[in-house]
Ligand binder design. Sequence first.
Ligand SMILES: Nc1ncnc2c1ncn2[C@@H]1O[C@H](COP(=O)(O)OP(=O)(O)OP(=O)(O)O)[C@@H](O)[C@H]1O
Length: 242
Amino acid sequence: MSELLALDGLTKRFGGLTAVNAVSFSLERGEVVGLLGPNGSGKTTVLNMISGFLPPTGGRIALNGEAISGLRPNRIARKGVARTFQLVRALPSLTVAENVVTALAFGRRTLWGKAAHEAAHAHLAAVGLAGRADQPAGALTYIDQKRMELARALAAEPELLLLDEWLAGLNPTELRIGIDLILSLKERGITVLLVEHVMDAIRALCGRAIVMNAGRKIADGPTAETLRDPEVVRAYLGDGHA
Ligand SMILES: Nc1ncnc2c1ncn2[C@@H]1O[C@H](COP(=O)(O)OP(=O)(O)OP(=O)(O)O)[C@@H](O)[C@H]1O
């Protein structure tokens, strides 16, 4: 494996609040890694800095050895980083396929016309939405909105995919489908960093887990071991989960 992403001393301050405090970690190509921690510990802020939605206050981010810290989101997307958001961002009056076509404009290769529609259909098929391509996005069920969001992220042909609580709100049957979809991304060689509170999903998907508390990284290692770490249990899981 080779290193895809490296964070070095990454810091974000909002006025007097240090939301992310000197966080360092790296991701190897092909890894699926969980980024965990209590509410407000800084996880989404880390994703926002990697994807360029927030400029870091300090520290460095490198993708494939190249500094990307502070670049704008569209530049970072073109270098191979895609993300999902905590709240699904869709254009409800457009069709499902059109929603994916709009995302293609922000990817690594800009596609137009027939090529764009063919690529959109391929991404929809990959997430199990082939039959819904021509429906309005606003008519989709919750799990299908999630699938569409994933297809939109895949439209950027990412090397690194950042999932921000993508599995939240799914029922147990849907959760199984969601986990299988993320596993299919891993099989395609996509590196995934997922912020998630669903521990069953973390255990099923992530070989490694990184845990944050109050802006700092407090643990980083094999998932089972990390979830037993006394500091992680105290700060995040509570005794019931241990
Ligand atoms: N744009 C912002 N301006 C000011 N404060 C912010 C901003 N974004 C985040 N924060 C603060 O930074 C801290 C970390 O927030 P963040 O959303 O990164 O946490 P999180 O670990 O993702 O939490 P959750 O699990 O609830 O999503 C919180 O105290 C939050 O209120």
